[in-house]
Ligand binder design. Structure first.
Ligand code: MG
Ligand code: ZN
Length: 377
C-alpha cells in the first residue's frame, strides 16, 4: 500500500513538472476493432457548450424527451486542453478534428512544433469523400475552422477565410461573409472561390430552401454577414441546412461515403450570457437538427452519427423548485467549465464510443470506424 502511495506521489510530482495535462489511455479504441461494421458516412454533430445540464434542461422543457434518447451508445469525454483544464472551442474542436490536444486558441496546429495538423476533413478529402461544414456561428469561428484552417489564434478570421481556398470542402453553410469580402488585403475570397468552381450564395440573394446548386459545383452559403441571429431572434436554418447538406453530399459520394460536421454553436453563447432561455431555445433547435440527421441515418443504415460538445459553458445547474416545463436555473461562471462531456453514437461503429476517454479519442474512433490506417495528408 505504501509503495502504491509513493508511486502516486512520484506520478503527481512528474505531473507538476510537466506543463501538459496527462492524457488517458484510449482503452476502448482497439478492443472492438475486429467486430465492428464499417460505416460509409460520418456525421459529427457538435453542440458548442452543450454539457449534461444543457441537455437536461432542453429535455425537461420539451416534455421530457430529446432525440438523443434514440442513441444506443453513450460515452463521456475529458474535455481539457493541452495546457489548461478549462478548454476553449479551438482546442476542443481541434481534438476532434486532429486527435491531438492543443493549446487554447490554437486551431489544428501542432503545439509542439507549430506545424499544421491534418484534420479528419482534410483526410476525408484525400480519401475521395465529399465533405461539409454547417454551423450557426460564422464559418470561420473556432469550431468549424478547426476542420479546415490552421492558425495559432482563433481570431484570425480573415486568414481562416483565405484558408478555405486551400481545401476542397464541398459544402459550407454559416455566417461570416464579411471576412471573405471586406478584408484588409482587399481580396474577395468569395470571388476566388467562385473561380475555383464554387457556387457561392447568401441569405440576401436567396433563401437556402430555394437554392439550386449547378451540378458538379461545390457550394458555399452565407447565412449572415457576421454572426447569425439567435433562434430567439428568428434564425431557423439549422435543421433544414443539415438535411440539405446530407442530400447534397450523398449525391456526390462514392462508395467511400461523406464526412459532415454540423454545429449548434449558440448553446455556448447562451451559457456565456447566463441566459437559460437562450440555452434552451438553441438546445431545442439542435435537437430538431439531430432528429433530421437521425431520420436519414436510420433509413440509410450506413451512417455513423456522433453527437457531442467541446465543453460545458456556464456551470449551469437546475435547482430546487424546478418543475417540468418551468426550471429554476443558476450559473457558476460566464465561461466554460471542465466537467466531462457526454458523447452519443448511432449507427455502424457506434459501439467504439462507449466508455470514458479523452476528447482526442473521438478522432481516433472515427478513423477506427472507417478502418483507416496511416493518416493520409
Ligand atoms: Mg463553436
Ligand atoms: Zn464559449
Amino acid at each position: 500500500m505504501k509503495k502504491y502511495f509513493t508511486f502516486l506521489l512520484i506520478l503527481l510530482l512528474l505531473g507538476c513538472a510537466d506543463k501538459d495535462i496527462k492524457q488517458s489511455k484510449d482503452k476502448a479504441q482497439y478492443s472492438y476493432a475486429n467486430k465492428i461494421k464499417q460505416p460509409k458516412n460520418i456525421i459529427l454533430m457538435i453542440g458548442d457548450g452543450m454539457g449534461l445540464t444543457q441537455i437536461t434542461a432542453g429535455m425537461y422543457m420539451n416534455d421530457n424527451y430529446l432525440e438523443l434518447e434514440e442513441f444506443p451508445i453513450v460515452g463521456l469525454h475529458k474535455s481539457h486542453a493541452r495546457n489548461n483544464l478549462i478548454t476553449d472551442s479551438a482546442a476542443g474542436a481541434t481534438a476532434f478534428a486532429c486527435g491531438e490536444k492543443t493549446n487554447n486558441a490554437w486551431i489544428a496546429q501542432n503545439p509542439k512544433n507549430n506545424t499544421p495538423m491534418t484534420t479528419i476533413l482534410e483526410e476525408s478529402e484525400a480519401r475521395n469523400m465529399p465533405t461539409g461544414l454547417v454551423t450557426t456561428s460564422t464559418i470561420v469561428h473556432a469550431t468549424p475552422a478547426s476542420f479546415f484552417g490552421h492558425v495559432t489564434h482563433r481570431k484570425q478570421y480573415e486568414k481562416l477565410a483565405r484558408q478555405m481556398l486551400d481545401n476542397e470542402v464541398d459544402l459550407f453553410i454559416g455566417g461570416g461573409q464579411k471576412y471573405f469580402e471586406r478584408r484588409k488585403d482587399k481580396r474577395n475570397i468569395t470571388k476566388e472561390l467562385e473561380e475555383k468552381g464554387y457556387y457561392m450564395s447568401n441569405h440576401v440573394k436567396e433563401d437556402l430552401e430555394k437554392v439550386k446548386v449547378p451540378s458538379g459545383k461545390n457550394f458555399g452559403f452565407f447565412t449572415a454577414d457576421a454572426d447569425p441571429l439567435s433562434k430567439e431572434q428568428g434564425r431557423d436554418y439549422l435543421p433544414y441546412a443539415a438535411e440539405f447538406s446530407i442530400n447534397f453530399l450523398k449525391k456526390r459520394a462514392g462508395k467511400e461515403g461523406f464526412f459532415l460536421m454540423v454545429e449548434g454553436a449558440q448553446i455556448d453563447w447562451g451559457g456565456h450570457a447566463n441566459k437559460s432561455d437562450y440555452i434552451i431555445t438553441e438546445m431545442l433547435d439542435f435537437n430538431e437538427t439531430i432528429k433530421n440527421v437521425l431520420d436519414f441515418a436510420k433509413k440509410d443504415g450506413n451512417t455513423l452519427v456522433i453527437v457531442t460538445a467541446d465543453h460545458e459553458t456556464g456551470g449551469y445547474a437546475i435547482n430546487k423548485e424546478s418543475k417540468l416545463g418551468d426550471l429554476k436555473t443558476k450559473f457558476t461562471t460566464d465561461y466554460h467549465t471542465a466537467t466531462m462531456i457526454p458523447v452519443f453514437a448511432y449507427g455502424p461503429g457506434a459501439e467504439l464510443f462507449a466508455g470514458i476517454y479523452d476528447n482526442t479519442a473521438i478522432y481516433h474512433k472515427m478513423r477506427q470506424a472507417k478502418g483507416w490506417g496511416d493518416v493520409l495528408k
